[in-house]
Write a protein of this length. Structure first.
Length: 430
């Protein structure tokens, strides 16, 4: 390693150990690289501004963040919960199944795993503990496992960022995520059912038939959002980037005109939180560009391609090695670091092997989504432990069956690319 790379790695590790925000740690590491190599520090701003100002797809990120925050403040989660309870709530461990179904629906609106976990996930944990008699650590584990589905089912903020990095179609990625996302939901629900006997979980509450119609009716309007969003993209009425603005506008209409649950004071809070989250995300992306410049300048991507060439790996072998690498990194690194720093290193190799980049992107995103619930890091586990005050060791034990089940699904998706590429092929995106 060169002096510049040593400086970059040491500063980044120091920032991580000091628990600095990931974005600041990466920015400091990039600055250290520029100083240690004697390069003009003005290049740092040039790398960020020159790269980001021409990427139109980044406009989608603040719009999806705003849409998710508006829906959280509008009480949409509760309406979706009641509707899901009508559908699957009567099964053994019913509130756990309801949690997964709500995440499947809400994920098609939020695009963020942490948003899904801290929004409807918190309500689901309360319901699982109070109604379903779930042990606290089990309730948190189910909510965490369900939340990782959010960035796989469209719309997805990580997919937007990956499209920016790889040049792939956002619409194609959105389509490719649907089937794997649904399979992740089925996998988590099957795991809940298997664990229901061990924890002696009761069946869910029986909903009187007279209440079914009103409950489903209250959830009908929120369900129009994913239909509007995805239908508009697939029919070509608006682009995937424009769909983010449509989602934000429709969420505001639901909250203010239809449900009348958003007041002026809440609107201010929603916009304030959305601005904070957008600024944090954009700072993270900007910092990643600086680190990626250092990596490209050192020729690491080319060296990795050369190493893979010498190993003479097939497409499948490379994908399996990549899975092991990303899952291992997911134990210690934030998913955003993996997406913004590690994935650009792997993309040239994937291209050289002729791997479909839409398929590659979905597998990558599922990898670091599983990383969000992987001990000892598991960002979602830390977030939910902090919000619920449930000790982490118990959560780690309870989430392990879900982690292992999702690993098995990841292996199947890796070995059978057609599961991911079926819908993009059908709609002509690949």
């Amino acid at each position: 390693m060169t002096t510049g790379l040593w400086a970059l790695v040491l500063v980044f590790l120091t920032g991580t150990l000091l628990r600095l925000p990931i974005a600041l740690s990466m920015l400091a590491a990039g600055i250290a690289y520029f100083f240690s190599t004697g390069q003009d520090i003005g290049l740092l701003a040039g790398q960020v501004m020159g790269q980001m100002t021409g990427i139109y797809v980044l406009v989608a990120i603040p719009m999806f963040i705003l849409a998710a925050n508006v829906m959280n403040a509008s009480g949409i989660s509760e309406r979706l919960w009641n509707a899901a309870n009508v559908i699957v709530g009567r099964a053994r461990g019913g509130t756990g199944h309801v949690t997964v179904l709500v995440s499947l629906v809400f994920s098609s609106m939020s695009g963020s795993a942490v948003t899904d976990a801290s929004g409807p996930g918190m309500m689901a944990i309360r319901m699982m503990r109070q109604i379903g008699r779930f042990p606290p650590e089990m309730a948190v584990a189910v909510a965490a496992a369900a939340a990782v589905i959010a960035p796989v089912i469209p719309p997805s903020i990580p997919m937007v960022i990956y499209a920016m990095l790889s040049g792939t179609s956002v619409g194609g990625l959105f389509l490719a995520g649907i089937v794997p996302g649904l399979l992740m939901g089925v996998t988590v629900m099957l795991t809940v059912r298997l664990l229901a006997d061990r924890y002696d979980l009761p069946p869910g509450e029986k909903i009187p038939f007279a209440q079914v119609g009103p409950v489903m009716g209250r959830a009908a309007m929120p369900m129009t959002l994913p239909v509007l969003l995805l239908g508009g993209i697939w029919t070509g009425v608006f682009s995937p980037t424009e769909s983010a603005a449509v989602a934000a506008l429709w969420a505001m209409i639901l909250g203010t005109v239809v449900f009348r649950s958003l007041r002026a004071r809440q609107f201010g809070e929603v916009f304030d939180e959305s601005l904070r989250q957008t600024a944090a995300t954009m700072l993270l992306i900007s910092s990643a560009y600086v680190v990626n410049y250092a990596i490209a300048n050192e020729g690491l991507a080319a060296a990795l391609v050369g190493l893979i060439d010498r190993l003479d790996l097939t497409q499948t072998q490379f994908m399996l090695v990549m899975n092991v690498l990303l899952l291992g990194l997911g134990c210690f690194l934030d998913g955003s670091v993996i997406l913004l720093v590690v994935v650009p290193l792997l993309l040239p190799t994937a291209r050289s092997l002729g791997i479909d980049l839409t398929y590659f992107g979905v597998v990558v995103i599922i990898n670091f989504m599983i990383g969000l619930i992987t001990p000892p890091y598991g960002l979602i586990l830390f977030v939910l432990s902090s919000l619920t005050r449930v000790p982490l060791p118990g959560i780690f034990r309870a989430v392990t069956p879900f982690f292992l089940a999702l690993i098995v699904l990841l292996l199947i998706l890796t070995l059978v690319p057609g599961i991911i590429l079926f819908l993009p092929h059908f709609f002509g995106f690949t």
